[in-house]
Design a protein around this ligand. Structure first.
Ligand SMILES: [Zn+2]
Length: 144
């Protein structure tokens, strides 16, 4: 649920960026594309973070795949909503994206890290979190 909820502001961000580029002229098409690519790229590990534990829990690849796709299905819908709301919600997008990041951190801290400690004696989940956080900060600084 947290991953699904956090996909809502992500979709809105892409929609607002494209709406702003095409309707208002506030963003360039290139920066809207960069936001879409950035959110699309981070969806890969996000999908894995959801699908792999679901597969272990449900003991079914098909159910895990279906639920993972279902959790992501809100994102393209919210892109369309974001395009239409781009003139009115641009100001609250930083708050929505902060909420989105908080949802994902909740999932990582509350669910994924504790589960990774049960099956691994090598703290690889903790190191993955630290390395991922450092990469995120480097990209944040490098891409502005
Ligand atoms: Zn995300």
């Amino acid at each position: 649920m947290a991953v699904t909820i956090h996909n809502i502001p992500e979709g809105l961000a892409v929609g607002v960026a494209y709406g702003s580029a095409f309707l208002i002229g506030g963003e360039s098409f290139f920066s809207a594309l960069m936001i879409a690519i950035g959110i699309g790229v981070q969806n890969f590990p996000e999908g894995l973070a959801l699908a792999l534990p679901l597969k272990e829990t449900l003991k079914s690849k098909k159910k895990a795949f279906f639920l993972t796709v279902l959790s992501a299905a809100v994102e393209p819908v919210m892109v369309i909503v974001g395009i239409f709301l781009s003139t009115s919600i641009t100001g609250i997008m930083p708050w929505l994206l902060s909420f989105s990041a908080g949802c994902m951190l909740y999932v990582v801290c509350e669910e994924l890290l504790p589960d990774s400690q049960i099956s691994s004696k090598h703290h690889i989940g903790t190191w993955g979190f630290i390395i991922g956080f450092v990469i995120m900060m480097i990209l944040d600084v490098a891409l502005g």
